[in-house]
Design a protein. Structure first.
Lengths: 573, 370
């Protein structure tokens, strides 16, 4: 008889996630993933000015802050036929790059590291051994014996205070922890460094968007103006700060994040390089345009779908094709007017909250009925994994030189085959490698921005269609972004200059959704099947795999609304 | 394990922070809190001797931007002490434990420190159906009420917990309510903004620890130290407003010179926050400085007082009188440049009922000429 284990809340994520697993003879035999919070932001958007939408949807998530705002301005521009000037595209890229780097570093150290790193074990470490290891893997200057000794004392004091704060009740001493004490100590030191470092790079958002979290965006461009002869605009001092922030970020990523990632991976590769693979289908919308958002071929990150782990073929995505993207509510607490058996393309989407779960307080969800606030999206009927692993695989399978180089050198360094990527550890490694690529791209975009300004192009805004009087009576558009957590798309219907319908299909919706109409599991649930669990009461292995996806539940849960009528040709997606 | 509570100062020293750095931190905190120089001594003393405060931090209907902002607190010692060294015993974004082990963490605090712990809340509470937000199978409302009952005070982080924020915008499909509307009997500090400025969050925590009492609040429960000045009155572009120099379209010549964003819809004149003083992310900038009008994110109901790009005199419901206590208005008025300021206020009152206003950038009467 299988034992049912409930893990709720899953912490160190964004939002409210509950996972129920069934364990038999120490192996997970079934899993259910449930989003347990709903806000209804799409309903709220209805009837508002489309130019305001970026601010509303920006508040969908403050962890992947700015990514929904970027998607929103692309969506409205797509609907109205607006092209943002090249400098605006570059500044948007720089802001997105800054988010990627900051978010991935924070994920690795603050949200994910404690799944691999036993902080209590670090107390037993020999600081001189930690120093020796640190210096052998990286030129990062904070690596002296004294430094690690001080960090260890700091932690010792903390533990002796008896108030363990955020480290209370962790899984310390669990048999699934495998790092030697010295490596744990290095990781603890870098956890603290990352926490302090992460607040720096977001200043790119503050310079261009005025604040972080939730920087400002603008339909048609970016709100900041460039004027190199003026104190009140983006000038040489502001640009120099952006350059320095990215240079520093690159140093931190190459000297701290990547060496730590490889060190951790080297201790866990034999088992966790084969656990948690889950689905075999991967999707990336692609991003970081080098020649305008309307030319996906110019993206730094390519677009496409991989099916059945076949890296020899990339399938084409058409987001406006009603046969490609569909959402189901057969296991979600909503109801469709034509019954819950069908899937709907987001343009035809409709949703009504219909909670049929147990009345709180409850112990278990009845998973034979609806069990989540997350809907179930499918691509041509297939469940898809989205996120850094999908992007790295699509980049690799597309034959991109920069992707091939980082992937192949890493596989070689760890002495593992390419199939090791299809795992929990592969997902975690992909995020790090992507961060490395992103640091290089950011500096390219930065140089391009400087070159444009030098050549006399300082435009950051296209005002041609700012005035709603210039808009068609009805229009609809799609915006696609690769958010740090994966493929993100927004769909808008503009009706009489107002929002008629606004819908989001979000990375964590793809990954965290409940089973579809054919009973097929989505990424989280599938990735847990077959995972060994040493002690079901201390489910470290479960959160290890779930965290490898970097869950973002506030993003995943939302309410759709019925759409109005519309007639407008779609642009390139 | 011995249950000895270390003071801030002991913690700081243990973390390798020098006394000089510690004093510098206290001085900066005093400056933010608007204290006289003599107040520095109080802060030093408090942080040297007070034990760490147990804190339970809940997430309800939210986006985690408040947690993200909190970890951006700019002074290093803030990250080192305030983040880790209050005893942050339950915080879902940061804590190691999940599931039952996580729940046990806050239950332990409630049992061990009745009347002594602070409850901090990020997010609103759904009331239409309690099942719209559940953690560990219990509703946000059940969890909050139970935890608040024996708490010392409640800190409502951000616009969600203070006023409901985006999910409470019309038509508020989940019946989202702020903390102060669903609990009673405990002081609630509304630290407004979407999110609040990181250093304001740190400042509120330090105030609680230093003086062992809640800071003075305005009529909407916001700490006066950070919310008694209008963004407009502390804006470095204010001189352009007074001189009648306005941005007429984004990225126009005025924008490239940093003119006033009033005509682009700036809500600075009716928004009480520290953006112009403390600024964001280590004092780097704030929305207006980076070219975007203030959207008024520290005000109740700001989502429904738009559209964002329509300018103030044409928008109904964003009245000065309803958003500030009397002292706030008085300070604001005295800081205004006489006739202009008066004209604007009059203008706002006069036009607040007018709907269907023209778009941002369209021609308006220059308030200076009124």
């Amino acid at each position: 008889m299988a034992e049912r284990i409930v893990i709720d809340p899953i912490t160190r994520i964004e939002g409210h996630l509950r996972v129920e697993i069934e364990v038999k003879n120490g192996i997970i035999t079934d899993a259910y993933s449930a989003g347990t919070m709903v806000r209804g932001i799409e309903t709220i958007l209805k009837g508002r000015d489309p130019r305001d939408a970026w601010a509303f949807v920006g508040r969908v998530c403050g962890v992947c802050t700015s990514t929904h705002s970027l998607t929103s301005v692309r969506t409205v521009e797509n609907a109205l036929g607006i092209s943002a000037p090249p400098n605006a595209e570059l500044i948007r890229n720089l802001m997105a790059n800054a988010l990627y780097i900051q978010d991935h570093v924070v994920h690795f150290y603050v949200l994910h590291a404690l799944d691999w790193v036993d902080v209590v074990s670090a107390l037993k470490a020999d600081p001189s051994e930690a120093s020796k290891i640190a210096q052998s893997i990286s030129p990062w200057p904070k690596s002296s014996v004294g430094y690690f000794s001080d960090i260890q004392k700091k932690f010792k004091n903390f533990v002796e205070s008896g108030q363990l704060g955020i480290f209370a009740n962790g899984y310390w001493g669990h048999p699934a922890y495998k790092l030697p004490p010295a490596v744990n100590l290095i990781a603890v030191a870098h956890y603290l460094e990352a926490l302090e470092w992460q607040k720096e790079l977001v200043k790119v958002h503050t310079i261009f968007g005025g604040k972080n979290p939730h920087p400002n965006y603008l339909v048609g461009g970016v709100p900041c103006s460039i004027n190199i002869e003026e104190a009140n605009a983006v000038n040489a001092e502001r640009l120099a700060m952006v350059g320095k922030l990215f240079e520093d970020a690159k140093t931190f990523v190459n000297q701290v994040y990547i060496p730590d990632l490889l060190a951790v991976a080297s201790f866990y590769k034999s088992d966790w390089g084969a656990i948690g693979g889950g689905l075999t289908n991967y999707m990336s919308f692609g991003d970081f345009p080098t020649n305008g958002y309307n030319n996906p071929d110019s993206f730094k990150m390519p677009r496409g779908v991989i099916l059945n782990r076949d890296l020899s073929k990339i399938h084409e995505i058409k987001a406006d094709d009603p046969e490609q993207i569909q959402e189901y509510v057969n296991n979600s607490w909503y109801e469709y007017s034509k019954g819950d058996k069908i899937g709907l393309h987001p343009f035809d989407g409709e949703t009504k909250l219909n909670y049929t779960g147990p009345k709180p307080p409850y112990d278990q969800l009845d998973v034979s009925k609806k069990y989540s606030w997350v809907k179930t999206p499918r691509w041509k009927g297939y469940p898809m994994e989205v996120g850094p692993l999908s992007r790295m695989l699509v980049g690799y399978a597309s034959g991109r030189a920069d992707y091939k180089e980082v992937i192949e050198s890493t596989l070689k360094a760890l002495d593992v085959p390419v199939t090791a990527l299809f795992s929990t550890l592969g997902r975690t490694a992909a995020r790090g490698l992507e961060t490395k690529l992103t640091c290089d791209w950011a500096l390219e975009f930065y140089q391009q921005l400087l070159a444009n300004i030098k050549n006399g192009d300082t435009r950051t805004m296209n005002n041609d269609k700012w005035d709603p009087e210039t808009w068609p009576k009805t229009a609809r558009g799609i915006g696609m972004v690769e958010a740090p957590r994966g493929a993100l798309s927004h769909f808008i219907v503009i009706d009489n200059k107002k929002i008629g319908n606004y819908q989001l299909v979000v990375p964590t919706t793809w990954n965290a959704s409940p089973r579809d109409i054919n009973g097929k599991r989505s990424a989280y649930e599938e990735s847990l099947i077959g995972t060994p669990v040493a002690d079901p009461k201390l489910p470290l292995e479960v959160i290890r795999t779930i965290h490898s996806f970097d869950p973002c539940l506030a993003c995943a849960v939302h309410v759709y609304d019925e759409n109005g009528s519309y007639i407008h040709d779609l642009k390139t997606y | 394990m011995e249950n000895k509570q270390l003071s801030f100062y002991e913690e700081a020293r243990g973390n390798g922070i020098s006394r000089k750095e510690f004093l510098k931190f206290c001085t900066i905190m005093a400056a933010w809190l608007g204290l006289e120089t003599s107040g520095v001594g109080q802060i030093v003393k408090a942080l040297e001797t007070k034990p760490r405060l147990p804190v339970i931090w809940f997430h309800f209907q939210e986006c985690t931007c408040c947690s993200e902002s909190f970890i951006r607190a700019s002074h290093p010692i803030v990250a080192s002490i305030v983040l880790d060294k209050i005893s942050l015993d339950y915080q879902e974004t940061l804590m190691a434990a999940s599931g039952v082990q996580a729940e046990d963490a806050y239950k332990t605090v409630m049992a061990k420190f009745p009347g002594e712990y602070i409850v901090m809340v990020e997010g609103s509470i759904p009331t239409e159906n309690e099942a719209y937000c559940c953690i560990g199978g219990r509703s946000a409302l059940q969890i909050l009420k139970e935890a608040v009952a024996n708490s010392k005070a409640v800190v409502a982080w951000g616009n969600c917990a203070s006023a409901g924020c985006v999910q409470a915008a019309s038509p508020n499909p989940t019946g989202a309510k702020p903390v102060h509307k669903v609990i009673s009997g405990k002081p609630v500090i509304n630290v407004q903004g979407c999110p609040p400025i990181a250093d304001v969050m740190a400042g509120v925590v330090v105030h609680l620890l230093t003086f062992d009492r809640i800071p003075q609040l305005d009529g909407l429960g916001r700490p006066k130290a950070f919310y008694s000045r209008r963004v407009h009155d502390t804006c470095y572009r204010r001189a352009n407003f007074d001189a009648g120099l306005f941005v007429e379209a984004f990225d126009d010549e005025g924008a490239k010179r940093g003119y006033c964003l009033y005509k682009m819809g700036c809500k600075g004149p009716v928004t009480y926050n520290s953006c112009g003083i403390i600024k964001w992310n280590d004092g780097i900038s704030y929305p207006i400085q980076s070219g975007h009008p203030c959207i008024g994110c520290a005000e109740e109901g700001f989502w429904d007082n738009g559209p964002f790009y329509k300018h103030l005199p044409q928008i109904a419901g964003f009245g000065i009188e309803t958003t500030a206590d009397k002292i706030g208005v008085a300070v604001g008025l005295s800081a205004l440049a006489g006739v202009t300021g008066h004209a604007v206020l009059t203008n706002i009152r006069k036009h607040r009922e007018i709907a269907n206003a023209p778009e941002a950038g369209s021609e308006i009467e220059n308030p200076k000429e009124k």
